[in-house]
Design a protein around this ligand. Structure first.
Ligand code: LMR
Length: 392
């Protein structure tokens, strides 16, 4: 039977890690998968997480199962960062659960939407390739709309058109901040316009908040989620601590569910728990326990927010330098200066992507998506010169 299975292509983003590792050139540059890097090109464990991990080793007295919802102390401690400090549960209409990373949360959100009977899932194009991949695996029909215009801003006509065409009960996937792969986010004014449209069209919004804190700050990056939450009756938010707590391989995420009435939550969450049980039974504990210990301790929370500020500040500096390069060969890097988070797209042709790899040892996704955190004071000029060379 196993012989019936056909060879599948390696995941294009994850394959970049191996391609880069196999390149013997000392001056190679990795702008591939989305991990933050310091000015020295490293991805260290956050100091606040290290301290929390020490505490965890000293105080954790059992590793017995917690249940499919995971560490609820973690889920509740994170909730005010997502929905705001004043009424983080919107009068008892929001409940969450821990998931294995942002992907686990998306998997649950999409599977719940399917169980609830959505007809199709709308998503912007481009989007993170794993979004359509999860939908396809679940057999959910997808429809797309244009996310950004060629001059590097959000395509409001694209989303307006999609919302107008969608039918009540369709789901729509939006990126809360730091859009992956374009770095092009909706402004506050644009969220103000989008949120009531979603409500009027009776759509189920699913907001992917995998990069909260990497754009303008934890509060600022939650604007879209919070604006939509006060406008619509039902909402799913997929959260990840993989980037903003640097926990990548510890797979630390959460799913938050908002229902129209508080008494609908138990039935809805029972579906989320049952789906988790059927997929991974229970999420891995370590990362969530460490985040909980950070968030329960004022000093560690301040340390974490400070570390996050430093990350964001460095990415702003890299972006400022890229933006200042302006017209470079055949492309214009100016818009990258004002975009958010780890990613931006440079409109390379497939041949130019190949030339960047082969001639210059610079690795990034075939879509032209670069992870700006891979650029440092030591390699950014080399990158800009290579872009001029292959596109000129
Ligand atoms: C990315 O887009 O590079 C990250 O979200 C990591 C991943 O899992 O793809």
């Amino acid at each position: 039977m196993l012989d019936n299975l056909e060879q599948q292509p390696a995941d294009a983003l994850l394959a970049l890690i191996k391609l880069h590792n196999a390149d013997p050139r000392a001056d190679k540059i990795d702008l591939g998968v989305g991990v933050y890097r310091t000015g020295q090109g490293e991805t260290p464990v956050f100091g606040a997480i290290k301290a929390a991990e020490k505490k965890l080793v000293e105080t954790q007295d059992s590793k017995a199962y917690l249940g499919p919802e995971g560490d609820m102390g973690f889920v509740e401690a994170l909730m005010p960062y997502v929905f705001g400090k004043d009424a983080p549960s919107m009068g008892g209409r929001i409940e969450g659960m821990q998931t294995p990373g942002g992907t686990g949360s998306l998997r649950l959100a999409f599977a719940m939407a399917k169980r609830a009977g959505i007809r199709c899932m709308w998503m912007g194009n481009p989007t993170w390739p794993n979004h359509p991949q999860i939908c396809k695996d679940l057999g959910i029909e997808m429809k797309t709309f244009s996310h950004a215009t060629p001059d590097g801003v959000a395509d409001m006509d694209g989303i307006r058109g999609a919302i107008a065409e969608a039918e009540p009960g369709d789901a729509i996937l939006l990126h809360g901040c730091c859009h992956n792969p374009t770095g092009i986010d909706y402004s506050s004014a644009q969220w103000d316009e989008i949120a009531p449209l979603l409500a009027e069209a009776k759509l189920l919004p699913i907001i992917d908040l995998a990069y909260q804190g990497l754009g303008h700050g934890m509060e600022e990056d939650a604007y879209g989620v919070r604006r939509v939450a006060v406008s619509v009756p039902e909402l799913l938010v997929t959260q990840s601590c993989d980037k903003n707590f640097g926990l990548y391989r510890d797979r630390t995420g959460a799913l938050y569910v908002m229902t129209a009435e508080p008494d609908q939550l138990p039935a809805v969450m029972s579906n989320a728990h049952a789906l988790a049980r059927a997929n991974w039974s229970q999420p891995p504990d370590h990362g969530a326990a460490a985040v909980r210990l950070v968030l329960e301790d004022e000093k560690l929370t301040a340390q974490w927010l400070d570390e996050l500020d430093q990350m964001r500040e460095r990415m702003r500096q890299v972006r400022a330098k890229l933006g200042a390069a302006g017209k470079t060969g055949g492309v214009d890097l100016t818009p990258l200066g004002g975009q958010n988070g780890l990613f931006s797209i440079i409109p390379f042709t497939p041949e130019q992507v190949q030339a960047m790899r082969e001639k210059h040892g610079i690795y990034f996704a075939g879509s032209g998506r670069i992870n700006v955190a891979g650029l440092t004071a030591g390699n950014i000029d080399q990158f800009i010169e290579a872009v001029a060379d292959v596109t000129g």
